[in-house]
Ligand binder design. Structure first.
Ligand SMILES: Cc1ncc(COP(=O)(O)O)c(C=O)c1O
Length: 365
């Protein structure tokens, strides 16, 4: 049936997610497996969130509220935006897809960095867009090259703020100069899946402020990372009223489950728990980075970043290194699919998990 398929489907290489823990246990006959491959939160949701999930479970016979009313009201208050400016998705992945579905006609162009979050190119290609991919410069966005790549055919520019796998963000001056003089009808999509980890960084752009004066900004955030709800799949976009209405029009009517809505609402209200987790993960990241730097004589470099993952460059081939770690029950991300054949990406885990990783890493290199 290949020749019957949508031609854009044949253009993409399927996304390969990090291996699930149970699969690795089964395949390698291991009892203990640590997954540090998908930038998940190693901690479970807060007790208040678990309670909300149990309560929402009683109404699973009903379809969810397609408008996410309560969550919409709560977020609109917190973010100081009109409730109609919010668009909810099955993860922020779906918010990316909704923007493309609403705006791309065949042959339109989408500008993005490379390497960058793979969903930008996969979803853009599927939507019929031409991907204009601008190489990173020293693992950072080359914002002036990205601006030069914008043409009359450009509909969307994707900016990972911060991005995955680089873990970095374009600073305020770079974003300001990128936006200066940019056509008002080119959408600038700031993907802020890791917002909470980066928000306090110096020179980090507060994109919701940009959105107040610019109709062409979309900001996407998620409950998958700091809020630890990756398994429930819920994220949201914030855009101008006009853009949000178009994205909402192409959304499946019940794309966000009732359990996900209840969990997200409870998570937003439990600041104490999530502030503590944020602090713990940040402390762990600093500790892990410092320990990894002690391997610099063996050619190990840790890239700067402000997310719940780090990128590590070694003198070893990343496929070999990640396979060696896997044998010890540690799942990390081999970055060769991103063209980074000496890099692995490692999610910050609990202290005990990070210790196991370090031990296996030391042995492998
Ligand atoms: C940069 C970036 N954007 C978006 C996502 C998607 O997250 P979700 O669909 O779980 O909200 C991820 C997930 O890893 C990511 O790294």
């Amino acid at each position: 049936m290949n020749n019957r398929a949508n031609k854009n489907v044949l253009k993409i290489k399927p996304y390969v997610p990090g291996k699930p823990i149970d699969e690795v246990k089964r395949e390698l006959g291991l009892k203990r497996v640590v997954k540090l491959a998908s930038n998940e939160n190693p901690y479970p949701p807060s007790p208040a969130v678990l309670k909300a999930v149990r309560e929402a479970g009683r109404n699973l016979n009903r379809y969810p509220d397609g408008s996410c009313f309560e969550l919409r009201q709560e977020l609109s208050r917190r973010l100081k935006v009109d409730p109609r400016q919010l668009v909810f998705g099955c993860g922020s992945d779906e918010v990316i897809v909704l923007a493309l579905r609403a705006f791309i006609n065949p042959g339109d162009e989408v500008v993005m960095a490379v390497p960058s979050f793979l969903v930008y190119s996969l979803a853009s290609t599927l939507a019929g867009a031409r991907c204009i991919q601008i190489p990173l410069k020293g693992l950072r966005y080359d914002m002036s090259a990205m601006k030069k790549a914008v043409t009359a055919r450009t509909k969307i520019v994707f900016i990972g703020n911060p991005d995955n796998p680089s873990g970095q963000f374009p600073d305020k001056a770079e974003v300001d100069s990128f936006l200066r003089g940019l056509a008002q009808d080119v959408l600038v999509f700031f993907d802020e899946a890791y917002y909470e980890f980066a928000a306090a960084e110096k020179n980090y752009v507060q994109t919701l402020d940009l959105l107040r004066s610019r109709g062409n900004v979309i900001v996407a955030r998620t409950f998958s990372k700091l809020f630890g709800l990756a398994g429930l799949r819920i994220g949201y976009g914030v855009a101008s009223l006009e853009v949000a209405a178009l994205m909402d029009r192409v959304r499946e009517p019940f794309n966000v489950t009732s359990v996900a809505q209840a969990a997200a609402l409870a998570a937003l209200k439990d600041r104490v728990y999530y502030d503590r987790i944020l602090k713990e993960l940040n402390t762990e990241r600093s500790r892990l980075c410092a320990q990894l730097r002690s391997f610099s004589a063996q050619g190990v470099e840790v890239s700067k970043g402000c997310t719940n993952f780090i990128q590590i460059r070694t003198s070893k081939d990343s496929r070999e290194l990640s396979a060696a770690l896997l044998k010890k029950g540690i799942i990390v991300r081999d970055m060769s699919a991103w063209g980074l054949s000496n890099y692995i990406r490692v999610t910050i885990g609990k202290p005990s998990e990070n210790r196991l990783f370090l031990k296996a890493f030391a042995a492998a290199i």
